[in-house]
Design a protein around this ligand. Structure first.
Ligand SMILES: NC(=O)c1ccc[n+]([C@@H]2O[C@H](COP(=O)([O-])OP(=O)(O)OC[C@H]3O[C@@H](n4cnc5c(N)ncnc54)[C@H](OP(=O)(O)O)[C@@H]3O)[C@@H](O)[C@H]2O)c1
Length: 257
Protein backbone atom coordinates (compact mmCIF):
# COMPACT_ATOMS: atom_id res chain seq x y z
CA UNK A 1 0.00 0.00 0.00
CA UNK A 2 1.29 3.48 -0.86
CA UNK A 3 1.45 5.81 2.13
CA UNK A 4 2.09 9.51 2.44
CA UNK A 5 5.73 8.73 3.28
CA UNK A 6 6.10 6.90 -0.02
CA UNK A 7 4.78 9.89 -1.95
CA UNK A 8 7.64 12.03 -0.72
CA UNK A 9 10.47 12.35 -3.24
CA UNK A 10 8.89 9.96 -5.73
CA UNK A 11 7.20 10.93 -9.01
CA UNK A 12 3.45 11.03 -9.47
CA UNK A 13 2.15 11.19 -13.04
CA UNK A 14 -1.15 13.07 -13.33
CA UNK A 15 -2.98 13.12 -16.66
CA UNK A 16 -5.45 15.90 -17.35
CA UNK A 17 -3.55 18.09 -14.91
CA UNK A 18 -4.12 21.47 -16.57
CA UNK A 19 -7.50 22.17 -14.92
CA UNK A 20 -10.16 20.83 -12.57
CA UNK A 21 -9.70 17.62 -10.60
CA UNK A 22 -6.30 16.87 -12.15
CA UNK A 23 -4.83 20.25 -11.19
CA UNK A 24 -6.27 19.97 -7.66
CA UNK A 25 -4.86 16.46 -7.29
CA UNK A 26 -1.44 17.62 -8.50
CA UNK A 27 -1.55 20.35 -5.86
CA UNK A 28 -2.37 17.89 -3.06
CA UNK A 29 0.32 15.45 -4.22
CA UNK A 30 2.88 18.27 -4.30
CA UNK A 31 1.82 19.30 -0.78
CA UNK A 32 2.59 15.70 0.26
CA UNK A 33 6.12 16.05 -1.14
CA UNK A 34 5.67 14.20 -4.43
CA UNK A 35 7.50 15.32 -7.54
CA UNK A 36 5.19 15.55 -10.51
CA UNK A 37 4.91 14.69 -14.17
CA UNK A 38 1.94 16.59 -15.58
CA UNK A 39 0.14 15.78 -18.83
CA UNK A 40 -2.54 17.63 -20.83
CA UNK A 41 -2.74 19.33 -24.22
CA UNK A 42 -2.44 22.92 -22.89
CA UNK A 43 1.31 23.50 -22.48
CA UNK A 44 0.87 27.03 -21.10
CA UNK A 45 -1.49 25.95 -18.32
CA UNK A 46 0.80 23.06 -17.37
CA UNK A 47 3.80 25.40 -17.24
CA UNK A 48 1.94 27.92 -15.04
CA UNK A 49 0.86 25.17 -12.65
CA UNK A 50 4.36 23.64 -12.60
CA UNK A 51 5.93 27.00 -11.72
CA UNK A 52 3.42 27.57 -8.91
CA UNK A 53 3.78 24.08 -7.41
CA UNK A 54 7.58 24.26 -7.50
CA UNK A 55 7.49 27.68 -5.82
CA UNK A 56 4.90 26.73 -3.17
CA UNK A 57 6.02 23.17 -2.36
CA UNK A 58 9.65 22.91 -3.49
CA UNK A 59 9.02 19.84 -5.63
CA UNK A 60 10.31 19.05 -9.13
CA UNK A 61 7.61 19.29 -11.77
CA UNK A 62 8.07 18.08 -15.36
CA UNK A 63 5.43 18.85 -17.99
CA UNK A 64 4.52 16.67 -20.97
CA UNK A 65 2.10 18.50 -23.31
CA UNK A 66 0.40 15.77 -25.28
CA UNK A 67 -2.90 14.73 -26.86
CA UNK A 68 -3.48 11.39 -25.14
CA UNK A 69 -6.31 10.53 -27.53
CA UNK A 70 -3.84 10.40 -30.42
CA UNK A 71 -2.69 6.99 -31.62
CA UNK A 72 0.35 5.67 -29.72
CA UNK A 73 0.41 8.74 -27.42
CA UNK A 74 0.72 6.65 -24.22
CA UNK A 75 3.72 4.78 -25.67
CA UNK A 76 5.31 8.09 -26.65
CA UNK A 77 4.67 9.52 -23.18
CA UNK A 78 6.26 6.54 -21.45
CA UNK A 79 9.34 6.91 -23.65
CA UNK A 80 9.54 10.64 -22.87
CA UNK A 81 9.25 9.86 -19.16
CA UNK A 82 12.09 7.35 -19.39
CA UNK A 83 14.24 9.80 -21.37
CA UNK A 84 13.62 12.41 -18.65
CA UNK A 85 14.62 9.91 -15.94
CA UNK A 86 11.15 9.89 -14.40
CA UNK A 87 10.23 6.64 -12.61
CA UNK A 88 6.49 6.73 -11.94
CA UNK A 89 5.51 5.68 -8.41
CA UNK A 90 1.92 6.94 -8.59
CA UNK A 91 -0.16 7.05 -11.77
CA UNK A 92 -3.32 9.16 -11.69
CA UNK A 93 -5.29 8.48 -14.88
CA UNK A 94 -7.56 11.50 -14.65
CA UNK A 95 -7.75 12.96 -18.19
CA UNK A 96 -11.24 12.62 -19.56
CA UNK A 97 -13.81 14.30 -21.75
CA UNK A 98 -17.59 14.22 -21.60
CA UNK A 99 -19.94 14.69 -24.52
CA UNK A 100 -23.70 14.53 -24.04
CA UNK A 101 -26.88 14.37 -26.10
CA UNK A 102 -28.98 11.65 -27.72
CA UNK A 103 -26.90 8.83 -29.19
CA UNK A 104 -28.75 9.16 -32.51
CA UNK A 105 -27.65 12.80 -32.85
CA UNK A 106 -24.05 12.04 -31.89
CA UNK A 107 -20.99 12.26 -34.09
CA UNK A 108 -19.27 8.85 -34.26
CA UNK A 109 -15.88 10.54 -34.60
CA UNK A 110 -16.46 12.34 -31.28
CA UNK A 111 -17.56 9.07 -29.67
CA UNK A 112 -14.33 7.48 -30.89
CA UNK A 113 -12.14 10.24 -29.53
CA UNK A 114 -13.93 10.11 -26.14
CA UNK A 115 -13.29 6.35 -26.00
CA UNK A 116 -9.68 6.85 -27.16
CA UNK A 117 -9.02 9.14 -24.20
CA UNK A 118 -11.31 7.84 -21.43
CA UNK A 119 -10.72 4.14 -22.13
CA UNK A 120 -7.78 3.42 -24.45
CA UNK A 121 -5.22 5.88 -23.10
CA UNK A 122 -6.08 4.96 -19.50
CA UNK A 123 -5.73 1.26 -20.25
CA UNK A 124 -2.49 1.62 -22.18
CA UNK A 125 -0.83 3.83 -19.57
CA UNK A 126 -1.81 1.38 -16.86
CA UNK A 127 -0.47 -1.59 -18.84
CA UNK A 128 2.75 0.26 -19.69
CA UNK A 129 3.56 1.55 -16.20
CA UNK A 130 2.26 -1.02 -13.71
CA UNK A 131 4.69 -3.88 -14.52
CA UNK A 132 7.63 -1.80 -13.24
CA UNK A 133 5.68 -1.01 -10.05
CA UNK A 134 4.97 -4.70 -9.52
CA UNK A 135 8.65 -5.51 -10.11
CA UNK A 136 9.59 -2.92 -7.46
CA UNK A 137 6.89 -4.17 -5.09
CA UNK A 138 5.35 -0.74 -4.57
CA UNK A 139 3.46 1.97 -6.44
CA UNK A 140 -0.12 3.04 -7.05
CA UNK A 141 -2.69 3.62 -9.77
CA UNK A 142 -5.74 5.83 -9.35
CA UNK A 143 -8.18 5.66 -12.24
CA UNK A 144 -10.75 8.45 -12.20
CA UNK A 145 -14.17 6.99 -13.04
CA UNK A 146 -17.53 8.63 -12.23
CA UNK A 147 -20.75 7.94 -10.37
CA UNK A 148 -22.09 7.90 -13.96
CA UNK A 149 -20.25 4.60 -14.35
CA UNK A 150 -22.55 2.90 -11.81
CA UNK A 151 -25.66 3.15 -14.03
CA UNK A 152 -26.17 3.56 -17.79
CA UNK A 153 -26.92 7.26 -18.36
CA UNK A 154 -29.42 8.20 -21.08
CA UNK A 155 -28.20 11.30 -23.01
CA UNK A 156 -24.70 10.71 -21.65
CA UNK A 157 -24.56 7.15 -22.91
CA UNK A 158 -21.03 6.89 -24.33
CA UNK A 159 -19.43 8.87 -21.50
CA UNK A 160 -21.14 6.77 -18.80
CA UNK A 161 -20.15 3.59 -20.66
CA UNK A 162 -16.50 4.69 -20.71
CA UNK A 163 -16.68 5.22 -16.95
CA UNK A 164 -18.34 1.81 -16.42
CA UNK A 165 -15.33 0.40 -18.27
CA UNK A 166 -12.94 2.29 -15.98
CA UNK A 167 -14.73 0.89 -12.90
CA UNK A 168 -14.74 -2.67 -14.23
CA UNK A 169 -11.16 -2.64 -15.53
CA UNK A 170 -9.75 -1.09 -12.37
CA UNK A 171 -11.50 -3.44 -9.97
CA UNK A 172 -10.40 -6.47 -12.01
CA UNK A 173 -6.80 -5.23 -11.94
CA UNK A 174 -7.11 -4.63 -8.17
CA UNK A 175 -7.99 -8.30 -7.76
CA UNK A 176 -5.20 -9.46 -10.08
CA UNK A 177 -2.37 -7.64 -8.31
CA UNK A 178 -3.64 -7.10 -4.77
CA UNK A 179 -0.77 -9.14 -3.27
CA UNK A 180 2.04 -7.33 -5.09
CA UNK A 181 2.29 -4.22 -2.92
CA UNK A 182 0.85 -2.04 -5.71
CA UNK A 183 -2.30 -0.10 -4.82
CA UNK A 184 -5.04 0.07 -7.46
CA UNK A 185 -8.24 2.06 -7.00
CA UNK A 186 -11.04 3.64 -9.03
CA UNK A 187 -12.17 7.00 -7.64
CA UNK A 188 -15.61 8.16 -8.75
CA UNK A 189 -16.53 11.80 -8.44
CA UNK A 190 -20.14 12.91 -8.80
CA UNK A 191 -21.00 16.34 -10.22
CA UNK A 192 -17.92 18.47 -9.48
CA UNK A 193 -17.39 22.13 -10.31
CA UNK A 194 -14.73 22.18 -13.05
CA UNK A 195 -14.54 23.45 -16.64
CA UNK A 196 -16.19 20.14 -17.61
CA UNK A 197 -19.14 20.77 -15.30
CA UNK A 198 -19.45 24.40 -14.12
CA UNK A 199 -22.65 23.57 -12.19
CA UNK A 200 -21.11 20.73 -10.18
CA UNK A 201 -21.81 20.78 -6.45
CA UNK A 202 -18.50 19.39 -5.07
CA UNK A 203 -15.19 21.20 -5.35
CA UNK A 204 -12.24 19.80 -7.32
CA UNK A 205 -10.17 20.06 -4.14
CA UNK A 206 -12.68 17.87 -2.24
CA UNK A 207 -12.28 15.21 -4.94
CA UNK A 208 -8.49 15.58 -4.78
CA UNK A 209 -8.64 14.99 -1.02
CA UNK A 210 -10.63 11.82 -1.70
CA UNK A 211 -7.98 10.71 -4.22
CA UNK A 212 -5.25 11.14 -1.60
CA UNK A 213 -7.29 9.23 1.00
CA UNK A 214 -7.99 6.47 -1.53
CA UNK A 215 -4.24 6.07 -2.09
CA UNK A 216 -3.73 5.00 1.49
CA UNK A 217 -6.86 2.83 1.68
CA UNK A 218 -7.49 -0.72 0.52
CA UNK A 219 -10.85 -0.61 -1.29
CA UNK A 220 -10.91 -1.24 -5.07
CA UNK A 221 -13.44 1.56 -5.65
CA UNK A 222 -14.12 4.80 -3.78
CA UNK A 223 -16.90 7.34 -4.36
CA UNK A 224 -16.30 10.99 -3.55
CA UNK A 225 -18.89 12.41 -1.12
CA UNK A 226 -21.63 10.72 0.90
CA UNK A 227 -24.53 11.98 -1.22
CA UNK A 228 -22.82 10.68 -4.38
CA UNK A 229 -22.22 7.31 -2.72
CA UNK A 230 -25.92 7.13 -1.83
CA UNK A 231 -27.00 7.97 -5.38
CA UNK A 232 -24.62 5.36 -6.84
CA UNK A 233 -25.91 2.73 -4.41
CA UNK A 234 -29.54 3.61 -5.12
CA UNK A 235 -29.26 3.58 -8.91
CA UNK A 236 -26.50 1.01 -9.27
CA UNK A 237 -27.64 -1.62 -6.77
CA UNK A 238 -30.99 -0.99 -5.07
CA UNK A 239 -33.49 0.06 -7.73
CA UNK A 240 -34.66 -2.42 -10.37
CA UNK A 241 -32.76 -1.55 -13.58
CA UNK A 242 -35.87 -0.53 -15.59
CA UNK A 243 -37.03 1.85 -12.85
CA UNK A 244 -33.53 3.29 -12.43
CA UNK A 245 -33.23 3.89 -16.17
CA UNK A 246 -36.67 5.57 -16.33
CA UNK A 247 -35.76 7.95 -13.52
CA UNK A 248 -32.31 8.57 -15.00
CA UNK A 249 -33.87 9.35 -18.39
CA UNK A 250 -36.19 11.95 -16.84
CA UNK A 251 -33.43 13.51 -14.75
CA UNK A 252 -30.97 13.65 -17.64
CA UNK A 253 -33.60 15.01 -20.07
CA UNK A 254 -34.31 17.84 -17.60
CA UNK A 255 -30.81 19.16 -18.37
CA UNK A 256 -29.92 19.55 -14.71
CA UNK A 257 -26.83 17.32 -15.07
N1 LIG B 1 -16.51 17.40 -13.23
C1 LIG B 1 -17.35 16.42 -12.99
O1 LIG B 1 -18.53 16.63 -12.67
C2 LIG B 1 -16.87 14.98 -13.07
C3 LIG B 1 -17.71 13.99 -12.55
C4 LIG B 1 -17.30 12.66 -12.61
C5 LIG B 1 -16.08 12.34 -13.17
N2 LIG B 1 -15.28 13.33 -13.67
C6 LIG B 1 -14.01 12.91 -14.28
O2 LIG B 1 -12.95 13.62 -13.67
C7 LIG B 1 -11.86 13.71 -14.60
C8 LIG B 1 -11.38 15.15 -14.62
O3 LIG B 1 -12.43 15.96 -15.13
P1 LIG B 1 -12.63 17.48 -14.72
O4 LIG B 1 -14.03 17.62 -14.25
O5 LIG B 1 -11.52 17.94 -13.87
O6 LIG B 1 -12.59 18.13 -16.18
P2 LIG B 1 -11.68 19.24 -16.84
O7 LIG B 1 -11.43 20.37 -15.91
O8 LIG B 1 -12.29 19.50 -18.17
O9 LIG B 1 -10.28 18.49 -17.01
C9 LIG B 1 -10.04 17.56 -18.02
C10 LIG B 1 -8.53 17.45 -18.15
O10 LIG B 1 -8.24 16.49 -19.18
C11 LIG B 1 -7.36 17.11 -20.13
N3 LIG B 1 -7.60 16.55 -21.45
C12 LIG B 1 -8.74 16.61 -22.18
N4 LIG B 1 -8.55 16.02 -23.36
C13 LIG B 1 -7.26 15.57 -23.38
C14 LIG B 1 -6.47 14.87 -24.34
N5 LIG B 1 -6.98 14.53 -25.53
N6 LIG B 1 -5.18 14.59 -24.03
C15 LIG B 1 -4.67 14.95 -22.83
N7 LIG B 1 -5.37 15.60 -21.89
C16 LIG B 1 -6.65 15.90 -22.17
C17 LIG B 1 -7.69 18.59 -20.06
O11 LIG B 1 -6.60 19.41 -20.47
P3 LIG B 1 -6.39 19.97 -21.94
O12 LIG B 1 -7.71 20.49 -22.42
O13 LIG B 1 -5.35 21.02 -21.72
O14 LIG B 1 -5.88 18.83 -22.74
C18 LIG B 1 -7.88 18.76 -18.55
O15 LIG B 1 -6.65 18.89 -17.92
C19 LIG B 1 -12.39 13.20 -15.93
O16 LIG B 1 -11.96 11.87 -16.14
C20 LIG B 1 -13.89 13.24 -15.75
O17 LIG B 1 -14.56 12.31 -16.57
C21 LIG B 1 -15.65 14.63 -13.64
Amino acid sequence: MTTKARLRDTFALVTGASTGIGAATAERLAASGAHLALVARSADKLDDLAARLTRDHGVTVRTFPLDLAAAAAPTRLVKELADAGVEVEVLVNNAGVSDGGPVLDGDPARFRSMIDLNVTALTELTALLVPAMVARGHGAVVNVASTGGYLPAPYLAVYAATKAYVLSFTQALWAEIRDTGVRVVAVSPGPTETPMNPRGSRSADAVAATVLRALSGTSPAVIDGRANALVAFLFGRLLPRRLGLSIARRVMASGKF
